[in-house]
Design a protein around this ligand. Structure first.
Ligand code: ATP
Length: 489
């Protein structure tokens, strides 16, 4: 094969609803994501990552981890336990108020988030050009935060606005009830209220309670950050949309401790850095990323933005960036009786640091990357499915394909595979036609295929085929490792 007989690629445009359907099916067929405990009928909102999925997820987490800890000399990582002393959750406010307001439809027996119904209604009014009405409803909604009976107020607003269920159009509403999202379990032999422990609903608290341990052991000075990747659990009321909202998911969080008064500057700097990370490091299409500023702030926050992504089913949050004030450390000081102050060794000042947090979900990001990458086109008249993943994210970095599986060609190809495998995840494939083998790799997002052919036996060169353009060129076989290393920087 020479670079002169190049292939031609034609794009196909897909509607968003089709993309989701095709993604779910590809994810299962090619070993990215399986329904959890599928042979027993599965478990709602629980999924397993397969061989390729777990590799890709690891790549995402490694990229995040390195961007936080390796590239910032003042950020270190921890891995805190999922179960903690239940007082942690009393102090953080989760026991009292990590609730979602839910409402049921009597006719369809479906359950909804009351606040989401209202927020979607306001958005729809805006989309329909009913700006004045949208603003009116928005201001009533914001005022509900101080309503003496929040549930009643939410219900009244839903009924007075004649809000219907978005999926069924029905609106036979029950009262609104608060539903705590934390999973409880009993630790030890006897199940009573004295030994209730919770599965953590966020990873952040493991960082706050370790503030002094990390600061002292790593000799950190404010401003500094603590990063963590770990599982979190939420008994979500509204499920669905594949891995977008799960009950067991993984967060990648970083809490950045700053001097009070400097939090907005730190916030803005992290806001810019995090947005760019998705584009520059992960290769996400910039036009699919959006900012959402929270007008209605949580009681502990003084500024909050979400980074949203245009999923096939709508524009939804993938990361929250929050300025959390000194709320968490102050609460832990009060509940634990331990001093959470920081003493500036140079000036002698004492204060409880303020916190800027960046909180991203690796599963949602996985779905964002898959849906951004999903592509169908026609190459040389043959349709193909391709995941246009950035080489850094792609689970398999290269495929080694001998044109003929037996003899010298096969041996050479195996040698190349062994060499590459020392540094990269590569696949070896010698079954079916070369065209079919390229398609198999395109479908899982492998950015490069190395083909060992007749010419390889003569001059030790191989063909490199580029996934996106189907362009081909020859390189010396001894340069293959270096070639990949350069492409993955
Ligand atoms: P949402 O409003 O969608 O429920 P949230 O505002 O409660 O999200 P945060 O508490 O800010 O989310 O969590 C930070 C990140 O953790 C989110 O941006 C998301 O990527 C991820 N995340 C939160 N809940 C889930 C979930 N149930 N399944 C998967 N990822 C989640």
């Amino acid at each position: 094969m020479s670079s002169s007989d190049q292939t031609r690629v034609q794009n196909i445009n897909l509607t968003p609803d089709k993309v989701m359907h095709k993604l779910v099916s590809l994810a299962k067929r090619r070993g990215f994501i399986f329904p959890s405990s599928e042979i027993y009928g599965g478990l709602s909102s629980c999924f397993d990552y397969g061989p390729l999925g777990s590799e890709m997820k690891k790549n995402i987490k490694d990229l995040w981890w390195n961007s936080m800890t390796r590239r910032h000399t003042n950020i270190v990582g921890i891995d805190a336990s999922i179960m903690m002393n239940p007082m942690v959750w009393e102090a953080s406010g989760h026991v009292a108020s990590f609730n979602d307001p839910m409402i049921d439809d009597r006719t369809t027996k479906r359950r909804y988030r009351a606040d989401h119904l209202i927020e979607n209604h306001i958005e729809k009014l805006r989309r329909d050009g009913k700006t004045e009405q949208a603003e009116k409803v928005q201001s009533v909604y914001e005022a509900l935060a101080t309503a003496p009976d929040m549930n009643r107020a939410l219900y009244d607003l839903i009924v007075s606005q004649n809000i219907k269920a978005p999926d069924t159009g029905s609106g036979d509403w029950t009262e609104v009830r608060q539903f705590n999202l934390m999973f409880q379990c009993a630790m030890g032999a006897v199940a009573d209220t004295s030994n209730i422990v919770y599965l953590r609903p966020e990873t952040a608290q493991g960082i706050f309670v370790n503030f002094h341990n990390v600061r002292e052991s790593s000799r950190m000075k404010v401003p500094f950050g603590i990063a963590q990747i770990g599982k979190a659990f939420r008994n979500e009321i509204v499920k669905g949309n594949f891995i977008f909202r799960m009950v067991e998911f993984e967060q990648m969080e970083m809490q950045y401790f700053v001097k009070p008064g400097t939090q907005i500057e730190a916030f803005e700097s992290w806001r810019a850095e995090r947005f760019n990370w998705y584009i520059e490091e992960l290769g996400i299409s910039p036009e699919k990323l959006h900012w959402y500023k929270h007008d209605k702030l949580a009681h502990y926050a003084d500024l909050a933005y979400d980074i949203k992504f245009a999923f096939p089913f709508g524009i939804e949050e993938i990361e929250g960036i929050h300025s959390r004030t000194d709320f968490d450390l102050s609460q832990h000081q009060q509940y634990s009786g331990k001093n959470m102050e920081y003493i500036d060794q140079t000036t002698g000042e004492r204060y409880i640091p303020y916190v800027v947090e960046t909180s991203s979900g690796s599963d949602r990001l996985f779905l964002a990357l898959l849906s951004d990458a999903y592509n169908e086109d026609v190459v040389d008249g043959e349709p193909r499915v391709m995941l246009k993943l950035s080489p850094k994210v792609a689970p398999v970095k290269a495929a080694v394909l001998p044109l003929i599986k037996k003899g010298e060609m096969g041996e050479k190809a195996e040698k190349l595979r062994d060499e590459l495998s020392m540094s990269f995840l590569v696949q070896y494939d010698d079954a079916a036609s070369i065209g079919k083998r390229y398609r198999r790799q395109d479908e899982i997002g492998t950015p490069f295929c190395f083909t060992v052919d007749h010419q390889s036996l003569e001059d030790n060169t191989i063909t490199v085929r580029y996934r996106d353009s189907a362009y081909q060129e020859r390189i010396d076989m001894s340069k293959a490792v270096e070639f990949l290393a350069v492409k993955l920087v």
